[in-house]
Design a protein around this ligand. Structure first.
Ligand code: PLP
Length: 400
């Protein structure tokens, strides 16, 4: 990732189709659109790729999470369990619905710890949301088991994991609903966009209506269609869908490049005894969008991250010190810095964050470095990079 590195004639052709007709809206305008339905085509491609009965495109990955939760009836005062290591979008999307994000520890998979999830369940819990950060997953079987036993929804945020799988099933298609992002840096990009996938027809119908002001989409003029329930505008445009359509058709090509590049870097780092890798559960296949590894302790990880930067190795993240992806720096959430009043039950529901510590998450994220795997590197560039990484990390360990 990201897919924009390889933009070419396929993307241009799809966008050109849309500009030729001038129909930028995904619904209606049947007479004008010269049979171009880019959003519909992209939904059908994704349905094949993700082996999922229903796909609803939306305007972003963040919107996908809100729409998925809303489609399954999660709202005011409901608790949604989510990991401490993710992207700020996770709690934003939950709070937009008046629901309460309940943050719990991750484990050595860098995803939700099933044990921590089980301990966090209360009578208010409605959903467990696993986030498949950096292209890999947690113990999906254990999470499925917990969600069944407690009658909870299992939602997958697979925004960074398109192309990964678990026991033969694409990530995103395992829980009740799966969410994807096609924003400007994702493996498949269309600028801004996202998708909700599900095999539940009701959830799909809800997502379809909810993401377009509650429209029933029965094919009448928009002024005549009815609104079975309240909705919002989370639509994707035809222009964005056109780019995504070209990109998703190239996914096999992108994945094989990611895998090859990942393999070269991982093999090189395996020479260093102090370096260990993120655990991938049995039956799991990563999307290889990142290479995630551990140093022996926090200070060594900090130093290694610094030496990697100094050696000119870009795209490696020590998330412990990052503002976007880890609970430690989410002051705006902990202090509830909202532009507008927040419901009392959400305020109360988030009190725990002022004092709660996440010792296990600190242990794993503190030692972790995750490096983005790019699509545009030549083989020589990856090999050069591998050498620089090994040297930078070894130098760090020797000095220590
Ligand atoms: C990118 C991302 C999102 C949000 O997607 P946007 O399309 O940028 O709104 C949500 N979750 C994860 C894990 C992401 O990486």
């Amino acid at each position: 990732m990201p897919g924009f590195e390889l933009f070419g004639s396929a993307e241009r052709k799809e966008v050109h189709d849309v500009l030729e007709t001038g129909v930028l809206m995904r619904y209606g305008f049947d007479g004008m659109r010269n049979s171009h339905w880019k959003a519909k085509e992209l939904e059908s491609e994704l349905s094949n790729v993700l082996q999922s009965d229903y796909v609803q495109l939306v305007s972003s990955g963040t919107a996908a999470v809100s729409v998925a939760l809303a489609a399954a009836g999660v709202g005011a005062g409901d608790e949604v369990i989510m990991p401490t290591f993710t992207f700020v979008a996770s709690f934003e999307a939950i709070m937009m619905l008046g629901a309460i994000p309940v943050l719990v520890d991750i484990d050595d998979t860098l995803a939700l710890s099933p044990k921590a999830v089980e301990e966090a369940i209360t009578p208010k819990t409605k959903a467990i949301m696993i986030v498949q950060m950096c292209g890999s997953m947690g113990d999906m079987s254990a999470l499925q088991d917990i969600s069944k036993r407690h009658d909870l929804l299992l939602i997958e945020d697979a925004c960074q994991a398109i192309g990964g799988s678990y026991q033969g099933k694409p990530l995103g298609s395992i829980g009740d609903l799966g969410c994807f992002s096609f924003d400007f840096v994702k493996t498949v990009t269309c600028g801004e966009g996202g998708a909700v996938i599900t095999s539940n027809k009701n959830y799909y119908t809800h997502a379809d209506h909810y993401s377009d002001h509650g429209h029933d989409h029965i094919g009448l003029d928009r002024g005549v269609e009815t609104h079975p329930f309240l909705g919002y505008n989370f639509r994707i445009s035809e222009l964005h869908a056109a780019v995504g359509l070209a990109q998703v058709r190239r996914l096999p090509e992108f994945l094989s490049i990611q895998k090859a590049n990942h393999n070269i870097l991982r093999t090189a780092l395996s020479e260093i005894p102090e370096v260990t890798f993120r655990t991938v559960p049995d039956g799991g296949v990563e999307s290889y969008a990142f290479l995630s590894f551990f140093l022996p302790d926090l200070e060594l990880a900090r130093k290694a991250s610094k030496s990697l930067k100094e050696a000119g190795v870009d795209g490696c993240f020590h998330y412990y010190d990052n503002n976007w992806h880890y609970v430690r720096k989410w002051e705006h959430l902990k202090e509830l810095k909202s532009l507008y009043p927040i419901a009392a039950e959400v305020k109360t529901g988030l009190e725990y964050l002022k004092t709660k510590t996440f010792v296990k998450s600190d242990h794993y994220i503190g030692r972790n470095i995750s490096c983005l795997i790019k699509l545009s590197w030549t083989e020589a560039e990856v090999k050069e990079r591998a050498k620089k990484m090994v040297k930078a990390i070894k130098d760090t360990l020797i000095v220590a």
